[in-house]
Write a protein that binds this ligand. Structure first.
Ligand code: PDD
Length: 283
């Protein structure tokens, strides 16, 4: 699957060549819009409900009226997945605002799932630190310049992700949530300062069910040498270990035991939630 056959624009299925935003829409310059990226496996959209609730929350923070109810979004998603015959993909959903009563437009389309190199999971990925902060961090808005620039810097030097910090504390990855393990406790920056990731939320439930100590806490940059383990989470990556930061090893530089345990718990949960039977049950 390269380009999709069809893109959904407010529920109307159009060819990708017509899926465009007019340059005259000044909302574009303000990045006045919100988006979601969801994983689809066996025809099941993983945690679709949570993604759509977050879409509504992000839109609310921007005071951007969504063009349809969440139930209608669910229908549009099902339609675009069916017409593209895309049971396994990353589903992109963009809601682009408009100034002063213009039409708010939702675009939904499938794209190939990113297959990250298995070595990043087996041995861990390299990350860099980057000073900066997303504007309105609780919203998944189209204003992602700091993410874009920080990730570009990371990729330029062969690192996988950039870990954002400001005011002396880490917040999140450029497009992921950040976790550190210190003395057997998994810590992640408080939800007020970051995007509350769907993967992050699932991890909180799994940790609680499996007696893993996981808490929100300020992650001071100066405490980096105390980190025993580190990992990031996102819909496309699931849980990915980070074993070097700015060229220095995290802990002993190996993927740590708590990271491995959470990876296994998450993969089991994902497999169960997206099993073929789940797809049949939901039809
Ligand atoms: N990004 N923090 C930021 C800034 C993100 O952009 C993302 C997701 C996350 C993780 O959220 P979730 O677990 O719900 O995917 C955290 C997606 C993958 C993207 O940019 O396409």
């Amino acid at each position: 699957m390269g380009l999709p056959l069809y893109v959904s624009r407010n529920g109307v299925l159009i060819p990708p060549s017509q899926a465009s935003v007019p340059i005259f829409n000044s909302a574009l310059y303000g990045a006045f819009g919100v988006y979601e990226s969801m994983q689809v496996a066996n025809g099941v959209v993983f945690e679709q409900g949570a993604h759509l609730v977050r879409l509504a929350r992000s839109a609310g923070i921007l005071e951007l009226p969504l063009p349809a109810s969440l139930a209608t979004f669910e229908r549009w998603i099902a339609e675009v997945l069916a017409v593209n015959a895309a049971p396994d993909c990353t589903l992109r959903l963009f809601v682009v605002g408009a100034e002063n009563g213009g039409e708010v437009t939702a675009f939904i389309w499938p794209q190939p799932t990113v297959a990250y190199p298995p070595a990043l999971y087996a041995h861990g990925a390299p990350a860099i630190t980057f000073e900066g902060q997303r504007f309105l961090p609780e919203a998944k808005s189209l204003n992602t310049l700091v993410s874009f620039l920080s990730r570009r810097r990371a990729h330029a030097i062969g690192a996988h992700e950039a870990l954002l910090h400001h005011g002396g504390a880490f917040t999140e990855g450029s497009n992921s949530n950040l976790f550190a393990v210190i003395e057997g406790i998994v810590l992640t920056p408080p939800a007020e300062a970051v995007l509350s990731g769907v993967t992050r939320d699932v991890l909180f439930s799994l940790a609680a069910e499996n007696d893993v100590a996981l808490r929100e806490a300020r992650l001071a940059v100066r405490d980096l040498p105390r980190w025993d383990e580190c990992f990031i989470t996102s819909s496309t990556r699931h849980i990915m270990p980070i074993t070097t930061i700015d060229g220095r090893p995290v802990g002993d530089g190996e993927v740590g035991p708590l990271t491995r345990r959470l990876m296994a718990l998450f993969e089991a949960y994902f497999a169960q939630a997206t099993a073929r039977e789940a797809s049949v049950l939901r039809r």
